[in-house]
Design a protein. Structure first.
Length: 764
């Protein structure tokens, strides 16, 4: 008898048909499946030897049923009413009773079938879906919708800058700015320069400069322009930032009126391309250690700029390889053999026809991991003489008698005051990075919403964004992106309105958010790449450019690890000052209050609480973040003090606790992000927008707590039952936010020409 005739309609062997179809559906019969079925066959006493031989023969992997046979087996079951069937055995008995009603199965036979079903791992009512079409599940039903007004959300995110953002997006959506691939490095660099010239023509380059230089004296607008341009080509953004930000702002903030009048207008119009020459081969983050020299010559009132050895060459300088004509050069000021520390000087490097100035040698850095539209170069100076007026003299100068002068007597304070004026770069870079994250998430979430894969037996394929692990990958970064949007707005406002008193705090905040955001962007874009599978690996879908171009952001404006330590040292200074301002009575009260807080928050009821209202409560989130920040800071301070008390040098003490210091910085920044997000939500009146933003805020908070659950468990601040409940709530929030995920990326309002990726196009 052939396999197709194995179960003739009037045969009692029909009871085996659902089992055989289920086992052969994937065309693979495992040894375990064979053993289970063999045991069942020999256990049933109503089977004849001929029946057993036939059944065993058709469990032979070398005689698998044909596709036609499988379809017929399935078809014979499809006609049954399966809705009330709870197991494969129920289906098998129903089919047998239909075709051979005269045959009655004993209770022991039925139990044998059920035991075999359990041994095969077939899950209850799931069996019915193997034989039916149109199987619907909650996973399959979940789909994109919008529970808020996208336009209102966009306007809220844009705030007072809506009109400027619209203008910038209109320009970069013009066909002149079409993204494309390049035949050569030279072609890419020229295209980027051309775009920057057009942006200058639109007035964007001089936006932050005074009116006499063609600007609007609007620093907030400049940051907005940088952020919005970052939806486009990031080489263009960085060249824009080098020219109008680093080069132009160094003249603006470190120079005086004579420098402003002489240079700013031409810089803003890109008539005077320039560089920001700080980093040296031997010194990056440690600016105080720079070794390029600027030696003052009183006889002819000039400075001689010189590179004393190869490690002092200016390296990785944007605009240097091709286009820069002048540079702000940071060098040690030497007067009569005395070192007066690092100062800034305007130094010519090329003439108008592109030829190098005598005494200047430049090498092209060549191809990089990304940002290849930026012409980075290495600059050497060989006894190059510049006029005395080329010293940027806002904070220090050389008088007519050849003597060093400064309104700030402390070398350290002068140095940090000078660098503090340039902190704007640490605001522009994270805002640019976050735009790249928004673009990557838009591409990945759009693709995840329409890319279908797998599905329940008998059902349609399901969008991959409906799978819980896919949500786990993309939805928390979406929540963090919104959180960072509000935090960077908060940082920008603080920076633009800061006083001398809080300058160091703002510098630390900028350093921390720059590090946190750029680390986040690097991680998020990798997640987006993986979430798009092989399509994410194709250059046409943009994620490769976003990844490669933003990778260096983690070391732009300072290495992130170094910046986080700067943040920690600032927090330790504030911590120490807070105590130094207290008398013994207030110190005792403070410590008592801290103890009360710890006792209250470590109450067993709170540490174990899993109530939904508690887990979603903004106050609980903020209390937990603040507790972690304060505890880690106090612990770091105690460790450093203990090492120093034991005789260790303070430099060594800080080196020993570097990892701890990074955690201090991270805990502080996460608390600032959460506070900014919560405060931002209070400013929107639209109920739909407020509700979805609240969900995102809850997700950001709980996901962060989940990532730090080990620390909270160690501290006794939470118990295992609570951290498990937090994990469950994160899963639920991902599921809930998924339906709005597409709309939340639409609210970024990224121009379609900038998204560009075929997998994310609306018309496909």
């Amino acid at each position: 008898m052939s396999p197709i005739d194995l179960f003739p309609r009037q045969s009692k062997l029909n009871v085996f048909l659902p089992f055989y179809y289920t086992l052969w559906a994937d065309m693979v019969l495992t040894p375990t499946e064979f053993q289970v079925m063999q045991s069942l066959i020999f256990e049933l006493d109503w089977l004849s030897n001929t029946d057993r031989e036939l059944l065993i023969e058709n469990l032979n992997p070398e005689k698998a049923p044909s596709p036609k046979t499988l379809k017929q087996w399935k078809k014979s079951v499809e006609g049954l009413d399966l809705d009330s069937k709870e197991s494969l055995t129920d289906i098998a008995l129903t089919l047998a009773n239909k075709n051979t009603p005269e045959f009655s199965f004993s209770d022991s036979s039925i139990q044998s079938f059920r035991s075999a079903e359990n041994a095969l791992g077939i899950v209850g009512r799931e069996a019915r879906y193997i034989f039916r079409e149109g199987h619907k599940t909650q996973t399959a039903k979940h789909q994109a919708e919008s529970n808020f007004d996208i336009h209102i959300m966009t306007e809220f995110l844009n705030g007072e800058q809506s009109e400027l953002i619209r203008k910038v997006k209109t320009i970069i959506s013009d066909p002149t700015f079409s993204l494309r691939e390049y035949e050569s490095l030279a072609e890419q660099r020229e295209q980027v320069l051309s775009w920057c010239k057009e942006l200058a023509r639109q007035g964007f380059g001089s936006w932050a400069y005074p009116e006499f230089a063609g600007g609007k004296n609007d620093m907030a607008g400049y940051f907005t322009i940088m952020e919005t341009l970052s939806y486009h080509d990031l080489s263009m953004v960085i060249k824009f930032g080098v020219q109008f930000g680093l080069w132009g702002m160094s003249i603006y903030f470190l120079g005086t009126e004579k420098h402003h009048q002489k240079y700013l207008k031409d810089i803003g119009s890109l008539q005077l391309p320039g560089c920001f020459a700080m980093t040296e081969t031997g010194h990056g983050s440690n600016v105080r250690g720079l070794e390029t020299t600027a030696t003052y010559n009183q006889e002819n009132k000039t400075f001689t700029i010189h590179t004393p050895h190869p490690a002092a060459r200016k390296e990785y300088i944007g605009n240097a390889a091709l286009h820069g004509e002048m540079a702000t050069v940071f060098a040690k000021l030497i007067i009569e053999g005395e070192d007066y520390g690092v100062n800034a000087f305007v130094v010519p490097i090329r003439n108008k026809n592109g030829s190098l100035i005598d005494g200047v040698k430049i090498e092209d850095c060549g191809r990089k991991m990304g940002l290849n539209g930026v012409d980075n170069g290495v600059i050497y100076f060989d006894q190059l003489v510049i006029p005395k007026d080329n010293m940027l003299d806002r904070f220090s100068s050389v008088n007519e008698n050849g003597e060093f002068e400064s309104p700030i007597s402390s070398d350290n304070k002068r140095f940090f005051t000078m660098l503090g004026t340039l902190v704007g770069g640490r605001i522009g870079i994270p805002r640019s990075a976050l735009s790249a994250s928004k673009t990557g998430l838009t591409i990945a979430i759009r693709y995840g919403d329409k890319r279908k894969q797998f599905g329940p037996p008998g059902g349609d394929e399901v969008p991959v964004l409906n799978y819980r692990m896919h949500q786990r990958r993309l939805i928390p970064p979406l929540a963090s992106t919104y959180a960072l949007h509000f935090a960077l707005q908060y940082l920008t406002v603080r920076y633009l309105n800061h006083s001398e008193k809080d300058a160091q705090e703002i510098e630390a905040l900028a350093a921390g958010l720059k590090a946190y955001t750029t680390w986040f962007t690097t991680k998020t874009l990798q997640i987006c790449r993986e979430a798009c599978g092989g399509k994410g690996y194709l250059s046409e879908n943009r994620i490769d450019d976003l990844k490669n171009d933003t990778d260096v952001y983690t070391t732009f404006e300072g290495d992130n690890v170094v910046l986080m330590q700067l943040v920690a040292k600032n927090r330790l200074t504030e911590f120490r000052q807070e105590f130094s301002d207290m008398n013994m009575f207030t110190v005792a009260n403070y410590l008592a209050n801290q103890a009360k807080v710890s006792i209250t928050e470590k109450n067993p009821i709170i540490t174990r609480s899993t109530d939904e209202s508690h887990l979603l409560d903004f106050n609980f989130h903020l209390s937990a973040f603040r507790y972690r920040e304060r505890a880690i800071l106090s612990s770091a301070a105690r460790r450093i003090k203990r090492h120093i008390d034991d005789g260790m040098d303070s430099f060594d003490a800080f080196n020993v606790v570097q990892h701890h210091l990074v955690n201090v910085g991270q805990a502080y920044i996460e608390r600032v992000i959460l506070e900014s997000f919560q405060e931002g939500i209070q400013k929107i009146s639209n109920a739909g927008c407020k509700a979805v933003l609240s969900q995102l805020c809850q997700l950001f908070a709980l996901y962060t707590l989940e990532n730090n659950r080990g620390w909270y468990l160690e501290q006794g601040y939470m118990e295992g039952v609570k951290t498990k409940a937090i994990r469950k709530m994160v899963n639920q929030l991902c599921w809930d936010v998924r339906k709005d995920a597409l709309a939340l990326t639409d609210a970024f309002d990224i121009p379609e020409s900038c998204i560009k990726a075929p997998i994310a196009q609306r018309n496909q």
